[in-house]
Ligand binder design. Structure first.
Ligand code: S3P
Length: 190
């Protein structure tokens, strides 16, 4: 089984993904890193030269290939679900987990960031609020949602491990569609 982490920029997908992979003994991949290896420059440079659409095309091609992996944790770029069909592509690869970070925490982290092309220009708060509002409905269609507010990497990865275990147990033991008749109640004393 693979675990695919999604969520807004700076929501901790890479840090949590690495820790989760280590704890589970899984491999770890980061789609942004793989794309940078392929294009031979930074994503910010690629956005400048080729534009966002060309980046989304590479991202989607990669999403298609993820289903050939076994026992990997994959951290994805925050805009991966803006391409229609990508949630389904990721779900083919594994369980999709949304790291739901607090918007103020995201803004604080991005204030120090110089690498992410979508927040380099304009008003940071306005951009984050707009993109987050646009993307939240898509992120929320994930298989699991983890609220990461005020939580460190260890705690978030621990919660993910527990929730996956619960999720898999429920899948193995679905609630019985035709439960047996209620047991006859004991009557009288005794
Ligand atoms: C993007 C997020 C980035 C990267 C690219 C576009 C986005 O990844 O894929 O800059 O559209 O939100 P992170 O979520 O790792 O920052």
């Amino acid at each position: 089984m693979n675990l695919v982490l999604i969520g807004f920029m700076a929501s901790g997908k890479t840090a949590v993904g690495r820790r989760l992979a280590r704890r589970l003994g899984y491999g770890f991949l980061d789609t942004d890193q793989l794309i940078e290896n392929e294009i031979g420059c930074t994503i910010a440079q690629f956005f400048e030269i080729k534009g966002e659409a060309a980046f989304r095309h590479l991202e989607t091609k990669l999403a298609d290939h993820l289903s050939s992996l076994r026992n990997y944790v994959v951290a994805t770029g925050g805009g991966i679900l803006t391409t229609p069909g990508n949630l389904e592509r990721l779900q083919k690869a594994g369980m999709v987990i949304f790291l739901k970070a607090d918007q103020e925490e995201i803004i604080q982290r991005l204030e120090r960031d110089v690498n992410r092309p979508l927040v380099k220009k304009g008003n940071l708060r306005e951009t984050v609020e707009r993109l987050n509002a646009e993307r939240l409905p898509e992120y929320s269609r994930s298989d699991l949602i983890i609220d990461t507010r005020n939580k460190g990497v260890n705690r978030v990865s621990g919660e993910i491990i527990r929730l996956i275990a619960d999720h898999l147990t429920k899948q193995d033991n679905p609630p019985d569609a035709n439960p047996p008749d209620e047991e006859p109640k004991a009557t009288g004393a005794g």
